[in-house]
Design a protein around this ligand. Structure first.
Ligand code: SAH
Ligand code: SF4
Ligand code: F3S
Length: 440
């Protein structure tokens, strides 16, 4: 009988891509994926440690699996991703029922590590960082996922060291994948019928920062744009400091580039941006937004905002609120500051009462709700080009789902043969995260 595995993925697109690779590795080992941890021979969590809450969630899940291990001593439990990288051996000590901890640079060793556990039943740990050459050699190859819209990794790691952020510590230094490899992957995906590509990395617009002779991110985009069969291109995430003029101009010159950009501002106050080591001022940021809107008037922006960074005054928080209103983001991801081990900000005095932070959070959330309702609500009655991605099930009724140019999921009734094409859909209703329409 084939063995089975259960995999849960937390965090950002980096983990989603790593999980595709984990799935492919386990398929090669004759494991089949199941939705229920109770029926599996191998449980893996691919974890995120960007905030304390994300990390605690991992421990919560693991403790639930402890009982399963007591029932079935042959069960293998493994932890990968950013919490694994950050905590390493501590997980194995704290939770003796965990068999395997593998970090962000060790996904390629999964088969070997699972084999070791199966044979020896000893705990396995693999959290060492790899050198640049090895990482380039092992760069995630063609991902194993499926679908019409796919992620392609262009760079890994981060050198920015924003003072609150654990990512540079758990993902290591920035490396850019050679341009030819990215293009080969996109061409292969286009050959399989993929229509939309999202280029991903922690800071995609610093692509090839260290390689002066190789194409920068704007250059890469141009080449991806030339690939036949690909109809839509997006990218995430962009650091405002590295959003160059040529990249801004791409939004005018490359018609496949969707009119949508996630450009995390983090704070609307210069002293806080400085304390965060973000490398731009509010005025710099507003200037870039102005240029983006000049070259692509229909562009919709989204952002990340952190509330309650150490030392944040009411004035700083009001400045973030004012900026959220002024920019009129389509969406924001709002976070309460969470001190992370090993980061510079973790050493700062953080004496703002939790209730005060919460009130600041609620104020920005309410302002954003107005933005979102205004911007997404305006789609109602419009006819939008929707790239059909697959079947969806709503209220027990068969229907299709796709995405608008602004990346909103739109549900509508239609023939499954439309999957993979762009069709005109009139938007009828706007819900919180999705829209509903009728095909024309
Ligand atoms: N590389 C991306 C995403 C990093 S993590 C970028 O630079 O935009 C995603 C978001 O999590 C960040 O943009 C930030 O808003 C938030 N974040 C990171 N560390 C945090 C912390 N310690 N506390 C609260 N939010 C945090
Ligand atoms: Fe973290 Fe800053 Fe790097 Fe983004 S740019 S991953 S917030 S250190
Ligand atoms: Fe989380 Fe790691 Fe991504 S910390 S946000 S999964 S890089």
């Amino acid at each position: 009988m084939a063995k089975s595995f259960y995999l849960e993925t937390f965090g950002c697109q980096m983990n989603v891509v790593d999980s595709e690779r984990i799935v492919a590795t386990l398929h090669d080992l004759d494991y089949q994926q199941v939705d229920n941890p109770e029926q599996s021979d191998l449980i893996l969590l691919n974890t995120c440690s960007v905030r304390d809450k994300a990390e605690r969630k991992v421990y919560g899940h693991l403790n639930r699996f402890k009982a399963l291990k007591q029932e079935n001593p042959r069960l293998i439990i493994g932890v990968g991703g950013c919490v694994a990288q950050q905590e390493g051996e501590k997980i194995l000590k704290k939770l003796p029922f965990v068999d395997l901890v593998f970090g962000t640079h060790n996904v390629h060793r999964l088969a070997e590590l699972v084999g070791e556990v199966a044979v020896r039943r000893g705990q396995q740990l693999a959290t060492e960082f790899l050198d640049r050459e090895t990482r380039l050699r092992l760069f995630p190859r063609r991902a194993a996922g499926s679908g019409i819209a796919r992620f392609v990794t262009v760079m890994q790691g981060c050198d920015n060291f924003c003072t609150y952020c654990v990512v540079p510590l758990v993902r290591g230094r920035e490396i850019s994948r050679p341009c030819d490899e990215v293009l080969d992957e996109v061409r292969a995906l286009a050959g399989q019928g993929v229509k939309e590509i999202t280029l991903i990395g922690q800071n995609v617009n610093s692509y090839n920062r260290q390689e002066a002779t190789a194409p920068d991110f704007a250059g890469l985009l141009q080449q991806v744009h030339a690939i036949e069969g690909i109809e839509r291109i997006r990218f995430v995430t962009s650091h405002p400091r590295d959003l160059s003029d040529p990249l801004i101009d791409s939004f005018a010159s490359l018609e496949k580039l969707c009119p949508q950009l996630h450009l995390p501002v983090q704070s609307g106050s210069d002293p806080i941006l400085t304390a965060m080591n973000r490398g731009y001022t509010v005025a710099d940021y507003l200037g870039k937004v102005e240029r983006l809107r000049a070259v692509r008037p229909d562009i919709r922006l989204s952002s990340d905002v952190i509330v309650g960074f150490p030392g944040e005054t009411q004035e700083d928080a009001d400045a973030s609120l004012a900026l959220v209103r002024e920019i009129g983001y389509a969406d924001i991801y709002l976070f309460l500051y969470s001190p992370r081990p090993g980061t510079a900000a973790a050493a700062l005095v953080d004496d703002t009462p939790a209730a005060v932070k919460q009130a600041r959070f609620e104020a920005i959330l309410a302002a954003q709700k107005e933005n979102s309702q205004r911007i997404w609500g305006a789609d109602v009655g419009q006819i939008l080009p929707i790239l059909v991605e697959g079947p969806s099930r709503r209220n027990g009724e068969e229907s299709l789902f796709g995405r608008s140019p602004w990346n909103r999921i739109v549900n509508f009734r239609g023939d499954p043969q439309l999957i993979g094409s762009i069709v005109p859909v009139k938007i009828i209703r706007n819900n919180t995260n999705t829209q509903f329409g009728t095909i024309l």
